[in-house]
Design a protein around this ligand. Structure first.
Ligand SMILES: Nc1nc2c(ncn2[C@@H]2O[C@H](COP(=O)(O)OP(=O)(O)OP(=O)(O)O)[C@@H](O)[C@H]2O)c(=O)[nH]1
Ligand SMILES: [Mg+2]
Length: 599
């Protein structure tokens, strides 16, 4: 992680100290901790320069920057800014030799960048921290308002519960708050190609593309549809249509044109040349959303890897930066950072990421074994994105998983214990939703994440029964499940959002179409008991850990154990085969009757 801003004249030692600040993590909910604040004060004292640190809500340092004494180099700081909300990033900077009262420039920065909060640490002549300025942006009024206060010491700041302020600001935020949309949101034109006679599918897919664009924080200016028997190899939609789009993009001030299919590297290049604005395809858009949403270490690594593998063939010429893209959508990496765009460095980064993923996976396997050791059956939620998987998870567990009317709200698997009546429990896993034309890079990247799903004993297929496209969605999910090789698993079809279905016929038709259907509304908490009951009926038997000694003449039991149980250990000895395995009650009873259990 490199230090930003004006580092000229700084000694190597100071630069190194600044770089090490990236490694400091602040506890979630704390504005800053003593260690980081004191390090900033010490460096400011030694260099007489303004130091700024940008942190996300999880307490991770995103950027460290050096100002020239009175300004923070804001333009170098990239933060995510959807509409309505604050940026999720806070800025903490020092005022060398001054008090911490926030200056008009500080407040302007707070407003422009929509920081969660702005903090100025006044650094006294002797290098210690004096007064501290703390400012918040209010989204209530029609005009942005900043609110500032002065704290008298570091302790007051480290104990300040800023997240509560932030949550309140976001909650009370006027949805019509006129955040400078022009500077915040990129404006997009959407284009789809219709190759078949029937345009219904194309239209629906285009509609979904618009939802994806909004999920990515874009403003959609308009949609366009081009009919052709097949895509043009060079320009996808044909040269004439491209020119038409160029005019429309210019007239409407579009920043980006998004195509509803994966473009070849050549098509993307040619279209960028013809249309003159940034060109993004469906895959890149989905990757961008994933990049913004992934929060676990593994999720981030997976997404960045998928992004880079997608980007690599699209960079023209050796070592050329992807400057055509400028900033914004398509260049955003996981965790508020910008994607690497230098070919040589990308290759290195890819192998780095692969290596690190391997390590993370090993750790995750250990975690999973810990769950397994609890001998609980695993139930996995699957379904089309936005079907209500996380809502159902919350209904069943009160897990507080992020629920949003957005595509791909959930990226990383969450696992919780659910208790059934009669003291039986199971593990419930919520995971990434599926979508039509899911980029294959992503399916590959998320295969590991979906392993939980693949190993579940029961699947809950959550279906948004109120969606016009419900049949296509069911098919798309079945397709992915088939690809993952889990279509044969026991599955409950959970028809959700029945509060939005107005005709009884629709629900009856759906229930008739699926196996083991249960109608629920996660929002209205309807049908949840029936769902739990159905789960109870279909839940695989709980597994128990057993140890057996199988004599050689009964060696066929070894195969049976591998097929129907989960073998942990297997050792050949003089008396036979010693095995340690998780098995269900039926299997255990059988082995017991054979007199093979060893303890
Ligand atoms: N009316 C209604 N809305 C619901 C119901 N269940 C969920 N929703 C809404 O549907 C939207 C998506 O819900 P989520 O639970 O985030 O869906 P998800 O399947 O986890 O979505 P991703 O994680 O994005 O794949 C949210 O706005 C929910 O409030 C329901 O029973 N009725
Ligand atoms: Mg979800």
């Amino acid at each position: 992680m490199s230090v930003r801003g004006n580092i000229e004249g700084l000694s190597q030692v100071m630069i190194q100290r600044l770089e090490s600040s990236y490694d400091i993590t602040v506890e979630r909910g704390q504005v800053i901790n003593v260690q980081l604040a004191q390090e900033m004060a010490a460096i400011t004292h030694a260099t007489n320069k303004e130091i700024a640190v940008y942190l996300d809500r999880r307490g991770k340092v995103l950027h460290v920057a050096v100002g020239n004494g009175d300004t923070v180099p804001l333009d170098e700081i990239s933060v995510r800014r959807g509409h309505r909300r604050l940026s999720g990033v806070r800025c903490i900077h020092t005022h060398p030799g001054e008090d911490g009262d926030l200056s008009p420039a500080d407040l302007a920065a707070l407003e422009i960048m929509r920081f969660d909060c702005m903090v100025a640490l006044g650094i006294l002549k002797n290098g210690s921290i004096g007064t501290i300025g703390l400012g918040f942006l209010e989204l209530k009024a029609s005009e942005p308002v900043t609110r500032k206060m002065v704290l008298t010491g570091l302790r007051e700041l480290t104990e300040y519960d800023y997240l509560t302020d932030v949550e309140e600001i976001e909650k009370s935020g006027d949805p019509l708050f006129p955040v400078d949309q022009k500077s915040v949101q990129e404006k997009a034109l959407l284009v789809a190609l219709q190759t078949e006679k029937d345009n219904q599918t194309t239209l629906e897919s285009l509609h979904e593309l618009a939802q994806l664009a909004v999920s990515a924080g874009l403003a959609v200016l308009g949609k366009d549809l081009q009919k052709r028997s097949r895509p043009d190899a060079a320009t996808y939609i044909g040269q004439g249509k491209a020119q038409e789009i160029q005019l429309a993009a210019q007239a409407q001030g579009a920043d980006v044109v998004i195509f509803d299919d994966e473009l070849s590297p050549a098509q993307q290049r040619n279209l960028a040349e013809l249309i003159g604005v940034k060109i993004i395809d469906r895959t890149m858009l989905i990757l961008d959303i994933f990049a913004q949403r992934a929060w676990s270490n593994e999720g981030k690594l997976q997404v960045e890897l998928a992004q880079l593998k997608y980007l690599l063939p699209r960079l023209t010429g050796q070592g050329t930066a992807l400057s055509r893209l400028g900033g914004g959508i398509g260049t955003r990496g996981p965790g508020e950072t910008k994607l690497e765009v230098d070919r040589r460095r990308i290759r290195k980064r890819i192998s780095d990421l692969e290596h690190r993923l391997e390590t993370v996976r090993k750790v995750r396997n250990i975690h999973r074994r810990r769950w397994e050791a609890m001998e609980l059956p695993v139930v996995a939620l699957v379904g089309y994105t936005n079907a209500g998987k996380s809502s159902i998870m919350n209904c069943l567990t009160g897990a507080g998983v992020l629920v949003e009317d957005q595509l791909f709200a959930t990226l990383d698997p969450t696992t919780r214990i659910v208790e059934l009546p009669g003291h039986r429990s199971f593990l419930l896993t919520d995971t990434v939703g599926f979508i039509r034309k899911l980029p294959h890079h992503l399916v590959a990247a998320f295969r590991a994440t979906l392993e939980e799903t693949m190993e579940a004993g029961l699947l809950l297929h959550v279906i948004d029964g109120s969606n016009d496209q419900v049949d296509e969605h069911i098919l798309a999910v079945h397709q992915v499940l088939t690809d993952l090789g889990v279509m044969g698993k026991p599955m409950i079809s959970v028809i959700n959002k029945i509060d939005l279905i107005d005709s009884d016929g629709t629900l009856a038709r759906l229930l008739h179409r699926v196996d083991h259907g249960v109608a629920v509304s996660a929002r209205k908490k309807m049908g949840i008991d029936q769902l739990l009951q159905q789960i109870g009926e279909m839940l695989p038997q709980p597994l128990t850990l057993i140890r057996v000694l199988i004599p050689f003449k009964k060696a066929s039991l070894v195969t049976a154990l591998h097929d129907y149980g989960r073998v942990i250990n297997e050792r050949y000895s003089a008396e036979g085969i010693e095995m340690e395995a998780y098995v269900d009650q039926r299997m255990k009873g059988m082995l017991e009757r054979e007199g093979l259990l060893t303890d």
